[in-house]
Each structure stands twice: as structure tokens, then as C-alpha cells.
Design a protein around this ligand. Structure first.
Ligand code: CS2
Length: 501
């Protein structure tokens, strides 16, 4: 997102150019100079900008919410470019919402009022988190950022960044290091705690954050860990909005649509959902006035979402990648893939889900397929398949394990694991085109998968992902057939899918 527009007549997006926006663009109607940062958000990716920042932008339109603006924080060196763009744009950016029928809504989001780039000034970040105006520290740091072992769920003390943070409390690298340092200051200064709110797509994201932060703090300072346990609250939440990676075409679209150049607009689908447990220790915005929902227990909502939407994404992503498709909408517009996905959801996921009051699962699944099919959201399969090692244990393998325990069929999901093996091994689709594989465990995945030709269960030896699946014959019998078929000369995944269906 670095291309500058050369046309001198095109103004850059900033506070001043808001006045020149055409009326069909929704711009902040509130006085941004009065907004204070009650929320400090770590990990300002596309999803945060399409979700939480959008909810706050809506709330700020009605008076009384001025204390709930957002200060973004970037922990990674890779965030330098984002900081430069946001700063130059007075922290404004465009959210382009693309409906399935082609309608487009453009909103300039004004809820972010500052951004701190941590590698440049660590103490400034710690002080900001510790500042009494900060009521909530929210996070989108991806599954990997929580630093847990996917099978045991325990904190990973072997991570070098964590070792650094435990030993150097004033020179942190990870989110846990920063949060612990700020809470320590609060404790010492006799200030109360802030809420730590995870907005990541992880089951019981609040409980996980709590467990990991306590595990971290206990190694650093036992008294601090006790204080955190007694004072900090960690609400669980289910978050949902499909937000593809921003592309040059999104930048070009904004210039064409309203003659302003925004160097980092965000595009997303029209659907959005946020279900939050109402446990905050230092106040919270009335997110329900902007469309979010407060509930007592988020568990069934997140299980439904992760097992249907996210696993559904992985089904399309991995099978579609092997076939050679590039995006989700392209994949699901193939009737065979749509049929396979629906069969997976109906036969292998739905039997494990609770009936939720106010949610009709049949309608939820129909809506999902419509969302996936949105031709205006070009969500790349490489994004969907990225970090599969962190995603699949919860999204898909949990379903397989539950079905095995109940003696139910697992054949549709099993082919997805076999496709993941092929994908990790070859790094190419079945036509020989290179795939963009992005995974923190990429070398382990590749190494295990590459042994498949001599041992067709080799991929399953990654027990940190698969547990004991390699010993369960109700799974391995399907799995062996699937890998043998996939690795046969001139094999075609569509033919294998038809056989499994
Ligand atoms: C995707 C999610 O990362 C993934 O695999 O399934 O990013 C998905 O788009 C969001 O969870 C939708 O809410």
C-alpha cells in the first residue's frame, strides 16, 4: 500500500480534505478534536479497522461517547509503513463495504485518533497503556500472538521473544510484555486496572488471554500476577466480519469514487457481528447501540461461528487451492464445492452444535454461503489458508474428534486434512502452479508432509496439531485412501470430492 497518486488534483485523505468529500461518502460528523483515547488497540490490521473501529465510529456519531476513541499500537517493525500512512492521513481511512448485490457504502472512519509505533518508543507505549484515560486495552494479534501450544493450550515459555520479555520488563517485544509493564505501573501508582479485551477469532478469547497473561506475569513477578488475577477483567467475545487483504485496486477505487487518495483503505463484506460478555472492570462503550450484542455466555455463538464459518473457509480454501482456484467466491461458485461445503456443515458440524435462541442454524448456513459467494469480496485462498496450523486444530480437528468420539462419520473433513498435507508438501496446485503458503509452522508441515510417499500417515505425526488421530482407524482408513488418491499420477481433487460425497 505504498503507491502515491501523482495526479496533483487528487487530494490526500486527511482532516482538512474531509470538507471536499462528495455527500455520498459518510464522514465523521463529530468533532474529532474532542475525542479521547479510552481504548488502546494493539494490532491494527484490516479486521480491527473494519470491525471494532467501525463500531466506535458509529457510537461517536451520538454525543456522550467522546471518551471512547482509539489509539492504535503497532508492535512489529512491519507496522512502520502503516504508521506513516495513518499519521499523514490524521489517522483517517476509508472503509469500503461491498454488499453481495454490488451496492457499495464508503465511510471515512474517524475513531482512531493516534497511533504509536512501539519499536521507536517502547516507554511511550507502556505509558499510554498505563494512562488513567485508558479504560480498555484491546487486541487483534492473531492466534499465534497468544503464544499457546495448540494441543495442550499451555503457555509456551520457550518462545525467544517471551524469554526476552520475562527478563527485560522495560524492554518488551510481545503484547504480554507491554500489558504486564503497564499494569505494573498502574499497580504501583495505586490506579485501578484496565480491561484486556481480545478481538481475535479464538474460542474463549478472554479466558485464553487471561490464562496466558497470568502465566507470563507469574514468571516475571508473582505479586503482579496475583494483582492481575484479582483486578483485570477479560471479556470473551465472538467477532465476525470477512475482511480481505487490501489491494491496489481498493486504493484506485477510492480515487475514482470520490477523488481523494487514501493510501490504505479497507474493504469488507456488509455482514458484521460482535457478541460480547459484559465483563469490564473500568467501564465500556455502549457497543450495543452500534449493533453489537451483550450476552452472559458467548460459548455457543463462538462454537457455531468457528465450526461453520472458519472451518467452512478452510474447506474451500484447502480443497480450492489444490484444484487451482484463487478466491473464496470463485471456489464456492463451483457447484461441486458448494455442495461439498453444505454437506460438511450439515452432516459433520451441525450434529455437534447447540440450538441457540434467536438463531436458526439453517438460515445461518444459507447466509454463510451467500457471504462466501459475494462476488465483490475477492478473499484470496492464500489468506484463508495462511496460518492453518494455528487455525485447524480448533476450527476443524475439534469437529473430527467429537465425531469420532460419537462414532459419527468424518469422511468429508478427512479429505480436507489430506488436502492440507498435499498443499504443505507440494506448495503447488494440481496443475503445477505455485501456491503462496504462509504459515509459522511451514517448515515442520512441509517436512512431515514430504514423507507421505513412503509413509502415508507421515503428516499426522505432527502430534502438536493432530493429537492421536494417527492411531484412530476410523480416521486413518479414510485418510489413507484420500492421500493415496491425491498423490496418484494425474489425480484430480474434484473426482476425489465426488467420491467422498
Ligand atoms: C478466516 C477469517 O482467517 C481465516 O481463516 O476464516 O479471517 C474469517 O474471514 C473471519 O473470521 C470472518 O469473521
Amino acid at each position: 500500500m505504498t503507491q502515491h497518486h501523482t495526479n496533483a488534483l487528487v487530494k490526500g485523505l486527511n482532516q482538512e480534505s474531509l470538507a471536499y468529500m462528495p455527500s455520498h461518502v459518510d464522514t465523521p460528523s463529530y468533532d474529532r478534536s474532542k475525542v479521547k483515547a479510552g481504548i488502546v488497540h494493539i494490532g491494527v490490521g484490516g479486521f480491527h479497522r473494519a470491525h471494532q473501529a467501525m463500531y466506535i465510529n458509529e457510537l461517536l456519531k451520538t454525543p456522550g461517547s467522546e471518551q471512547w476513541g482509539i489509539c492504535g499500537v503497532g508492535l512489529l517493525e512491519a507496522n512502520r509503513g502503516l504508521r506513516d500512512v495513518l499519521k499523514q492521513q490524521d489517522y483517517l481511512y476509508t472503509l469500503t463495504v461491498r454488499h453481495p448485490n454490488g451496492t457499495i457504502d464508503n465511510t471515512v472512519i474517524g475513531s482512531m485518533i493516534d497511533f504509536l509505533f512501539a519499536p521507536e518508543n517502547k516507554q511511550a507505549v507502556i505509558n499510554k497503556l498505563a494512562h488513567p484515560d485508558t479504560k480498555i486495552v484491546s487486541l487483534t494479534i492473531t492466534e499465534g500472538g497468544y503464544n499457546f501450544n495448540p494441543v495442550t493450550g499451555e503457555f509456551d515459555y520457550a518462545n525467544p521473544d517471551i524469554i526476552n520479555d520475562i527478563n527485560n520488563p522495560n524492554d518488551p517485544i510481545t503484547a504480554f510484555g507491554y500489558i504486564a509493564a503497564a499494569l505494573k505501573l498502574r499497580k504501583e501508582q495505586g490506579l485501578g486496572a484496565f480491561t484486556v479485551q481480545s478481538c481475535d477469532n479464538i474460542q474463549h478469547n478472554g479466558n485464553v488471554t487471561r490464562k496466558m497473561l497470568l502465566a507470563f506475569a507469574a514468571e516475571q513477578d508473582a505479586a503482579l500476577s496475583e494483582w492481575i488475577a484479582a483486578n483485570v477483567m477479560f471479556p470473551n467475545a465472538m467477532v465476525d466480519r470477512i475482511t480481505p487483504v487490501s489491494k491496489q485496486s481498493d486504493i484506485d477505487y477510492v480515487v475514482d469514487a470520490y477523488g481523494v487518495s487514501d493510501e490504505w483503505p479497507i474493504t469488507c463484506e456488509s455482514f458484521t457481528q460482535w457478541v460480547i460478555e459484559d465483563s469490564f472492570c473500568d467501564g465500556r462503550p455502549n457497543w450495543d447501540n452500534a449493533g453489537a450484542q451483550f450476552v452472559k455466555d458467548v460459548t455457543p455463538f463462538e462454537t457455531m461461528k468457528i465450526r461453520l464459518l472458519n472451518a467452512g473457509h478452510s474447506v474451500l480454501g484447502l480443497l480450492g487451492s489444490v484444484h487451482g482456484y484463487g478466491t473464496i467466491d470463485e471456489t464456492v461458485s463451483d457447484p461441486l464445492f458448494a455442495k461439498y461445503l453444505r454437506a460438511f456443515m450439515d452432516k459433520e458440524v451441525t450434529p455437534n452444535l447447540e440450538q441457540l435462541e434467536g438463531i436458526d442454524l439453517e438460515i445461518y448456513k444459507d447466509t454463510l454461503i451467500e457471504r462466501f459467494a459475494n462476488p465483490n469480496i475477492k478473499d484470496s485462498l492464500s489468506r484463508i489458508c495462511s496460518e492453518s496450523a494455528a487455525k485447524l486444530p480448533k476450527f476443524l480437528i475439534a469437529t473430527i474428534n467429537e465425531n469420532l468420539a460419537q462414532g459419527r462419520d468424518v469422511s468429508l473433513a478427512t479429505l480436507v486434512i489430506a488436502a492440507w498435507c498435499f498443499y504443505s508438501d507440494k506448495g503447488e496446485d494440481e496443475q503445477g502452479n505455485t501456491l503462496e503458503v504462509i504459515d509459522a509452522m511451514q517448515s515442520e508441515l512441509h517436512e512431515a508432509a514430504a514423507k507421505t510417499t513412503t509413509d502415508n500417515l507421515a503428516f499426522l505425526s505432527l502430534t502438536s496439531l493432530f493429537g492421536d488421530l494417527n492411531t484412530q482407524s476410523a480416521f486413518t482408513s479414510h485418510y489413507k485412501n484420500n492421500v493415496d488418491a491425491l498423490y496418484a499420477p494425474a489425480s484430480k481433487i474434484k473426482a476425489i470430492m465426488k467420491n467422498v460425497l
